[in-house]
Design a protein around this ligand. Structure first.
Ligand SMILES: Nc1ncnc2c1ncn2[C@@H]1O[C@H](COP(=O)(O)OP(=O)(O)OP(=O)(O)O)[C@@H](O)[C@H]1O
Ligand SMILES: [Mg+2]
Length: 262
């Protein structure tokens, strides 16, 4: 196991929206450098959990530990600096700007000399920028975006834009990558491509991936572990095989025994 990457430990997290308990005491542990999926029906609390991990929502109680650090109560930008990166939706990409500039935006949290030095054209800033551009090119290559680097993001296919989102999150050099439905709306070929890419991000780049996804084929093929939520509660947790054979999970997905909504 890679000692550089911290484990992620979620304990007893509670989030309420008025009368709705979006998360009702959810706990799970994530091994470093693995793909850990969170699944469950609509409204189960999956996106809420990602928002807790990234610091967008502060839970009413519970803890989120990345290595030795408790993230609860820290500002979202601080949590990003500690290594938690999220692939945002298309809206957050700047469509008129080039792929390269969008990836450079992902590196802003890493810049040391900052914008004032850069604006003054100081040599230290120029060197730093060159280093960042070099790294952005490597990341683009990893995601097969080299030929698209100079073109505007807005002209890419839907799948291409999704890849830029992931590339920009990787440009933040995260320890943990949070993905909310990365293959929604993609065709089968694009799904396969993104699936193998996510597996490679965990295995080759040693980045922990937290994946929220409805596509069960994808989840079961690339996850090391799966946590299943329903109505804000953890109803199952284990390897893909364990979870698929768990009667509680089968019940929720087939809508048989419980009070499943919709
Ligand atoms: N900002 C909010 N304000 C009020 N209620 C919210 C808010 N965000 C989520 N909820 C509610 O919390 C519950 C969990 O929502 P969440 O978005 O986490 O579900 P999800 O598992 O991501 O569902 P989906 O699969 O549809 O994306 C739902 O009942 C939802 O209506
Ligand atoms: Mg959601």
């Amino acid at each position: 196991m890679n000692q550089q990457i911290p484990a992620l430990e979620v304990s007893d997290v509670v989030v309420r929206f008025g009368a709705v308990k979006a998360l009702d005491g959810v706990s799970f542990s994530v091994e470093p450098g693995t793909v850990h999926s969170i699944i469950g029906p609509n409204g189960a609390g999956k996106s809420t959990m990602l928002n807790v991990l990234s610091g967008v929502y502060r839970p009413k109680s519970g803890s989120v530990r990345l290595g030795n650090q408790d993230l609860v109560g820290l500002r979202a930008d601080r949590i990003t600096k500690l290594g938690m990166a999220r692939a945002f939706q298309n809206l957050a990409l700047s469509g008129e700007q080039s792929v390269e500039e969008n990836l450079m935006l992902g590196r802003h949290s890493l810049t040391r000399t900052g914008f004032i030095a850069a604006g003054l054209g100081l040599p230290s800033a120029r060197n730093e920028e060159r280093r960042h551009r070099g790294r952005v090119r490597e990341i683009a290559e990893f995601l097969d975006l080299t030929e698209q680097l100079d073109g505007p993001v807005g002209e890419l296919s839907y799948g291409g834009q999704k890849r830029v989102e992931i590339a920009r999150a990787l440009a933040m050099e995260p320890k943990v990558l949070l993905l909310d439905e990365p293959v929604a709306g993609m065709n089968a070929g694009e799904k396969r491509y993104i699936s193998s890419l996510i597996a490679e991000i965990a295995r080759s780049l040693s980045i922990t991936v937290i994946l929220v996804e409805h596509d069960m084929e994808m989840v079961m093929s690339i996850s090391d572990r799966v946590t299943v939520l329903d109505f804000g509660r953890r109803i199952s947790d284990g390897t893909p095989a364990e979870v698929q054979n768990d009667p509680a999970v089968i019940g929720v997905y087939l809508g048989t025994p419980s009070e499943k909504a919709s």
